[in-house]
Write a protein that binds this ligand. Structure first.
Ligand code: DX5
Ligand code: ZN
Length: 224
């Protein structure tokens, strides 16, 4: 898939976990091709969500592409479990602690036949990603401080960085997708699109409304 393709990715964090199976099918029926899964360790971020077992559970419910966002320290230590669980993309944070290194972890993800992503906290400059941009399939520009759904979109702090990542990609003939995550609604998705995003992670705005098919359609229309 080329980075000119726009996708709306529902984030499982905003689903009703009392009926995960139905929620995953609801997302798929609503037209989602990729599902975003937020793994939080209560250490890298101030919240705890779920781990590889949930990824495996979701894998059993769907053949959607699973985009796993690891908001955890030592992602290299836990990597194998998420690969086995059935992730198709694994995104790691450049700010996390590693037993090995960011480069080594990205290499291991690709060696396992998966796509790999690198995520930037809102306060981390694009330059922190520069040593790795030739070795990633996607760059995730966090548009909220990671840890919780339902936070407001940090336009001023993150859009210049997104545009810089887009311009760098064009200037150097690179191909990474640009993903935004946090506070994405029909009002903010077009701003992110204008600055280069093509993968739009939507939690509250996708699973929130009762008619998910309609919310997905409206989100897609806002970036068409
Ligand atoms: C935030 C997570 C997001 C979250 C987005 O730490 O990485 O994926 O689910 O939620 P909304 O769309 O509600 O801001
Ligand atoms: Zn996320």
């Amino acid at each position: 898939m080329h980075h000119s393709t726009n996708l709306i990715l529902p984030s499982l964090l905003a689903a009703d976990w009392s009926k995960i199976d139905l929620e995953v099918r609801r997302a798929s029926a609503a037209g989602a091709q990729w599902l975003h899964l937020d793994v939080m360790d209560g250490n890298f971020v101030d919240n705890i969500s779920f781990g590889p077992q949930m990824v495996q559970t979701v894998r059993k419910c769907t053949d959607m592409y699973l985009d796993v966002h690891l908001m955890i320290h030592r992602p290299d230590h836990y990597l194998e479990r998420f690969i086995k669980a059935g992730a198709q993309n694994i995104t790691i944070h450049v700010e996390a602690n590693y037993d090995t290194s960011v480069a080594e972890t990205l290499k291991r993800i690709r060696a396992a036949g998966l796509h790999c992503g690198l995520a930037l906290h809102p306060s981390t400059p694009f330059e922190a990603a520069l040593p790795f941009v030739r070795d990633i399939d996607l760059l995730l520009v966090m548009t909220v401080v990671p840890g919780f759904g339902g936070q407001p979109f940090m336009e001023k702090e993150t859009m210049p960085k997104l545009a810089a990542a887009r311009d760098y990609r064009a200037a150097h003939g690179l191909n990474y997708h640009l993903e935004v995550d946090g506070g994405i609604y029909t009002s903010t998705a077009p701003i992110a699109k204008k600055n280069g995003a093509n993968l739009f992670v939507c939690g509250t705005s996708s699973f929130g409304p009762p008619d998910m098919e309609q919310s997905m359609r409206e989100l897609a229309a806002s970036v068409a």
